[in-house]
Design a protein around this ligand. Sequence first.
Ligand code: CA
Ligand code: CA
Ligand code: CA
Ligand code: CA
Length: 719
Amino acid sequence: MAYIHSIKTTFLAGLVPALLLAVGCSGNSTNDTTPIKEPADSPNALIGVTNNNVRTVKVSTVAHSSTPATPVVSVAPLAPEGGEPVPVAMTTVALPIGKINGLIEDDTNVDKFSPPLKDEPVRIHGVITQLLDWKTREGDVRRGFFLQNTPAQADDDPKTSDGVFVFAFDGVDIEEYDLEVGDEVHLVGEVHVHYKQTEVIDPVIIKHVAADKRKKPGIKPFIANPPSDKKEARIYWKRHAGMLCRVPAKSVVQGSPKTDFWSGDTILYVMSADHPVAQRKKIGERRVFRDFHPLDDDTQNMFDNQNGYLVPISGYALGGNFPNTRTFDTIDAVEGAVRYHYGEFKVLASVPPVITRGPHPGSVSPVPKPAEDSLTVASFNVENLYDMVNDPDDGCDDHDDPGCEGVRRPFNYLPESQAVYDARVALIATQIIESLYGPDIIMFQELEDQDVDKDGKNDAMENLAEAVRTQGGPDYDTAIDRDGADARGIISGFMFKRERVKLPKVTAKDPVFGSKPDCGFPHDLLPLCNDVSNPKSFNATFPVGNNKESKTEDVFSRSLQAVKFEVDGETVVVLNNHFSSGPDRRIQKRQMQTLLNASIAESIMAADPKALVIAGGDLNVFPRPDEPLPDNKSDQLGALYDCGLTNLQDDLLERAPEAAFTYVYKGVAGTLDHIFVSPALEKRVRNFSIAHINTDFSDGAGDHDPLLAEFDWSKKSKK
Ligand SMILES: [Ca+2]
Ligand SMILES: [Ca+2]
Ligand SMILES: [Ca+2]
Ligand SMILES: [Ca+2]
């Protein structure tokens, strides 16, 4: 599973963008200033909303002329019960917005920073750079605008931001005041921190000059140019939070923007055309790779900068309506305010980016057509391949289901409609036929665990096999051990060519597939490992004392699926995995998952050094050296390397590093999917490639690119 899709156990009242956005400069006031309509409950309007901190605003005078307003508002804390309000401040002078946002030093912890005037009443002025409308998940409309000081109004300090979001809820009515981009406003409100974004809330406008009456230059955007170091980049963005930004033209798209269910946001990551990585000679190398990759921007250091030079462009203000894009596309310049939302600073595009199509990411390193006398094995994470059929035995596979243990509604992994599901199945089938040349064996991850027709076959794979046949591809059979599913109900499984690949019956005495498997794993195997079956799920007890990283007490939340195939008289054992997600989390879990794989592989190879063994799948961590954290020498796949298997990704990293990735996370390409092989198989490797058909595309079939290993299966090779 992709680590951005980890199971949410609590419902987050996330916000989804409205389809409506007002932008432009169509101010139509006939006077220099628009008459101010006082809020209905003025002069005693409440401007605070928290229970303990309600304040009273007394609007004593309201400016109706073009002259700057002098004392207009007195602010007092709510009186103790029965007492009189105590005047505490006269908000007479507009503060530079930089004073609201506060000084961001070079070593400021952006995530813990609190603005100096938090919860204080303030008066500010500036020019509206962007209006923002959105809807809550419940459908309620929310509104606000970004306000920025002109250079004359600002504090002239590059370490403070001159812009701020003004949240209009409970305050001004944007339509009533006819606020437009380019208008100058003076207002009072209260400094508030909303999920770490500094805002001014409950605004009361005291002066409004429409854009067409201002007769002064508007706000000039700053040009996005964040430093390469991620930490420094966050300081940089914090110093510009709320300000109007321009992402320069010809910036290069990295990865595919998809709408995140929880934040309601769609983010397009781009890199400036001026960046050295964007200026590399080979097209395929103009890509942002993880720090440890040989084509990272810093090839000297291993864990270097986390690639802070990427610029996130948010489609929130566009209702997620980004055009379809793919890696290597370039954009025309995009403008918008910098917003902090769901842990990230983003440029809030005010109009959809105009895209210029780049080279096809898959054309950079195409998968070569396998030879006739090869055996081909693929691994393919099909990202939540859930159908629209309600499984009565499953409480979380239908939009109307009640939920499962640890899995609550709404279910972000379900398809929107039958048509969406059918289209995905058809596209995956096409990819299997055209991009992977109909592999003999496919290891899938993230299938829905369902068999409503009770024919012993996984429904998702049955649908895939049917779609492949319909499109003229090979005739596939499927196999699965249903003991392998996780709480949500995703499972790994196998599809294989019916006429070539056989699934032998296994006996109770089989050392792996029999009733008493002994692979030397140092912790207790679960009873399901004693099933005599092929395929067969393996899982074990997670050692007590190390169990802080996960709620499950098992090594796997989704069991390893082992299978024994016979191909042209030879036995091949395949261990198909979907490790726990998040390369920098659940590290001990993945180490233990690796160890169970290695233990099984090692026991097979100990009995027969020429055994043909494959272990792979979505291992959710990078090849060696995998360190996802600065000082963490976690070596999470170490046991698989050390038991004598070879990771085919390592060869690709040397031979064609520009092709060595399977997943793009927040614009950064990394390798989460792997195929390890035993020495006897390694000698027969003809090719190993990755079909770059999904993760680079906003209209791909899923979030992972599939792998294809090609082995020499000629008579000569079987000595
Ligand atoms: Ca880097
Ligand atoms: Ca279903
Ligand atoms: Ca159900
Ligand atoms: Ca079935």
